[in-house]
Write a new protein. Structure first.
Length: 158
């Protein structure tokens, strides 16, 4: 039996699994990734996450993260980083307000108002990107759960 060209489960074209140890770590198939370095390349289906041996044998259905999950995971991480950055701006602005009020110099109302408005203004994108990160996390959990149950879901359109 030769190497398969299409997935038995969904009919999608198979790809060679690059960096199998890294892609399979934190899964129960990590040892297959290690052994594939010595026994031959593994093939994966980017649509349903099925993993095949070099000889074409189905090793696991839904074993590896699909392309849609990887894209959504990167998107979620980006939104979380942006949320954290605007949270840091808010905290820094509040420190500036405290320093201006409690400092040894006389308080200038214009500086305090400016620093407070920068901090308050950074809360809008903080909550916006926080919501985007939460929604992406929820969608990612749905995709992973469906893959692990053997279902093939389409990624949600943002």
């Amino acid at each position: 039996m030769g190497t398969p060209e299409r997935c038995e489960r969904c009919g999608h074209a198979l790809r060679v699994l690059r960096k199998p140890v890294r892609r399979l770590r934190w899964t129960r198939y990590w040892w297959r990734g290690v052994t594939s370095l010595f026994t031959g390349q593994l093939r994966i289906c980017p649509q349903c996450g099925a993993m095949y041996s070099g000889e074409g044998e189905l090793l696991a259905a839904g074993a590896i993260e699909t392309d849609a999950e990887r894209r959504l995971s990167v998107y979620r991480k980006d939104m979380a980083y942006l949320r954290d950055a605007f949270g840091a701006v808010f905290i820094a602005a509040e420190f500036v307000v405290i320093w201006l009020i409690a400092g040894t110099e006389s308080m200038e109302l214009a500086k305090v108002v400016a620093a407070a408005s920068v901090g308050a203004g950074s809360l809008v994108p903080f909550f916006y990107f926080g919501r985007k990160a939460r929604l992406a996390k929820r969608d990612l959990k749905q995709l992973r759960g469906a893959r692990q149950r053997g279902q093939i879901l389409q990624p949600p359109q943002n």
